[in-house]
Design a protein around this ligand. Sequence first.
Ligand SMILES: [Fe+2]
Length: 280
Amino acid sequence: MSFISHPAILSAEARARLLLKGELLVQRQVQPMLDLCEYALNLSKTVFQPFEPEYAHQCLSITEYSNRITLLCKAFSNEKRVRQILAHLLDVLGIEKSDAFCDRFVLRIVPPEGGHQTDRAKKLWAHRDTWCSNVYQQINLWAPICPISRTRTITLFPDYWLKPIANNSEDWDIAELRRSRHCNNKSQYPTIPSLLEETRGVRVSVIAEPGDMVAFSGTHLHESTVDDSLRARISFDFRVVNLRDMQSGLSAPNCDGRAKNVNSDWFCRFTDNTSLLEVL
Ligand SMILES: [Fe+2]
């Protein structure tokens, strides 16, 4: 994997070919991401007032912090303005909106390890998203909302692009997770499958500025890094499957994912919310 800072405009297909071969693309200062940062930061400030969103975990009880995060994340994912900005982002990426199948829009706040980590706001251990989705055309778009550092970012493990790592993806079921969360706010069902061995080798901790857009295949092994002792990491993630990539046979490799089902219903068409499952 190479770390490509690519100011040139790529076609959607050219970008997908690079990403599904394991490249990491960082597009600097993309207007929709600048707009999204401004919007998300203002919304976060409103929800956490009078505290600064990056430091609110130091000032609020864990219950109050968790309640405000739930409110913020729901408001963000349902906001019309966020949808407008992401429509602009898809235009910039050259992806036809009627071909774009997306997961929900996620504003993620991860406080430092050691305190105030909740089900919605916690460090995620190393995983491949495709252990869950089982859709090998999935692209992850990730962006910092506030400045990040090498110890407060997202980390990829490129050595595992083609190398298996022991995991329990065959035992994890998204339907179980949904059932568990529906029945119980404090669901104990793991958010993602678990690693069954330690990671080794190269770690790439992404450095990007608010306004930059980081793109990588959902097949890459990655984790949250939140070792900074003071500030929470505030970031945005957006998982998208371009139907054209599926139709043209593009795919990332699968070396160790053993999910029993293909969870294409996870992704819905940007324009009318039709499930990917219904169009395949
Ligand atoms: Fe992930």
